[in-house]
Write a protein that binds this ligand. Structure first.
Ligand SMILES: [Ca+2]
Ligand SMILES: [Ca+2]
Ligand SMILES: [Ca+2]
Ligand SMILES: [Ca+2]
Length: 365
């Protein structure tokens, strides 16, 4: 019966105050207690509302009273709401005291964004600004994909570093209490620029910023697709590897074993890997392994002064290389070459004897 009483009292009030406002109360199902007050006779009440007040031309007027009048309300219900005519704020009773609904209004939207709508792709430091909005505490900006706000977020002007994607520069006003305005937008159409190897952007067919592809090769650690994209000549897993060196402790470059062999590192010692004899200190690569120098390997190696002779091998023949007289069969090393025996060379050699060459071999006794 309360619903019907409510209906009758509302109807009385409405008819008294205005002939133009219709009140429709739906109480076909009293148990549902679904009540609508509206000036739109085509309106269907929302089922979720026990009381649905609908108008596009008028508001809902709360009881207006002073703080004293408010405080005189006996046993106010939690949730009771009034408009405080002194503070001009909506007050509500939380069950134990009257509180003021936060007076934080919604800030107005900025009116217009000023700035370049056609900057170049990847252009940096492009400025955008708005006029300050009096009711705003700060501003939130958004920028197109790939772009970033270089400075000024929160303020009325920003600088933007663009990527290659068009989009909107947008901004809204915000209040410290969390209330925000709607965004306004400025459409940005980026202008294409031809890639260069000096524009500090990875573009064109570059594999990293300004290198690789048709630019000069990239340094260690840069991106790559092919070995040729790298200064080191080594692209593994899309990354330029460190340039091989003969001291990096890694078998790389054209080395035949770790840090030796190949065309640019020192020769390998015996037991290390090799491809050709020149990869080895001994000059002898046997089955992919460097072997020790010997006096019979057909290679000038070890301390030999010529191939397989001199040094700790047997002396060398005439015309072979030598360091000492002892490196030579003739016993005479001159100018790095073993000399043929001669009478008068100071050595009794070449079949000389006291008869044929007493000057070298001494007088016969
Ligand atoms: Ca570039
Ligand atoms: Ca190495
Ligand atoms: Ca030898
Ligand atoms: Ca002689």
């Amino acid at each position: 019966m309360e619903t019907l009483q409510f209906f009758h009292s509302l109807k009385r009030i409405a008819i008294k105050s205005s002939l133009y406002v219709f009140i429709f109360i739906f109480y076909t199902n009293i148990l549902g207690q679904n009540i609508t007050i509206t000036d739109d006779d085509g309106y269907t009440p929302d089922n979720s509302a026990i009381l649905d007040v609908k108008s596009t031309a008028k508001g809902l007027l709360l009881p207006r009273m002073t703080s004293t009048e408010r405080n005189d309300i006996a046993s106010p219900a939690a949730g009771l709401v009034i408009f405080n005519s002194e503070t001009k704020k909506i007050n509500y009773y939380d069950g134990s005291e009257w509180l003021e609904y936060n007076g934080c209004g919604f800030p107005a939207s900025p009116t217009e964004i000023s700035g370049n709508t056609t900057p170049d792709q990847y252009q940096t430091g492009v400025s955008y600004s708005i006029d300050e909005v009096l009711s705003a505490d700060s501003y939130n900006w958004t920028v197109p994909e790939e772009a970033s706000i270089a400075s000024g977020q929160g303020t009325s002007s920003i600088t933007v570093d663009f990527g290659s994607v068009d989009g909107n520069v947008s901004v809204r006003s915000e209040k410290d209490c969390g209330n925000v305005s709607v965004y306004i937008h400025l459409a940005i159409t980026l202008q294409e620029v031809a890639p260069t190897c000096t524009d500090e952007i990875q573009n064109g067919n570059e594999t990293d910023t300004d290198c690789g592809g048709s630019c000069s090769p990239c340094g260690d650690g840069d991106g790559c697709l092919l070995d040729a994209d790298c200064v080191s000549g080594s692209c593994i897993g899309g990354v330029c590897q460190a340039s091989p060196s003969c001291s990096d402790g890694v078998l790389n470059g054209d080395e035949t074993d770790t840090d030796c062999g190949g065309g640019s590192c020192p020769a390998c010692t015996s037991g290390q890997g090799c491809v050709v004899g020149s990869d080895c200190e001994s000059g002898v690569c046997d089955g992919g392994v460097c072997v020790e120098a010997s006096c019979s390997d057909g290679v000038h190696n070890g301390n030999e002064t010529d191939t397989d002779c001199g040094g700790s091998c047997s002396p060398c023949g005439d015309g072979d290389g030598c360091l000492l007289d002892a490196d030579c069969v003739s016993g005479v090393c001159s100018g790095g070459v073993c000399q043929s025996p001669e009478c008068g060379d100071g050595v009794c050699n070449g079949g000389e004897d006291c008869v044929t060459c007493p000057i070298d071999c001494g007088p016969c006794k």
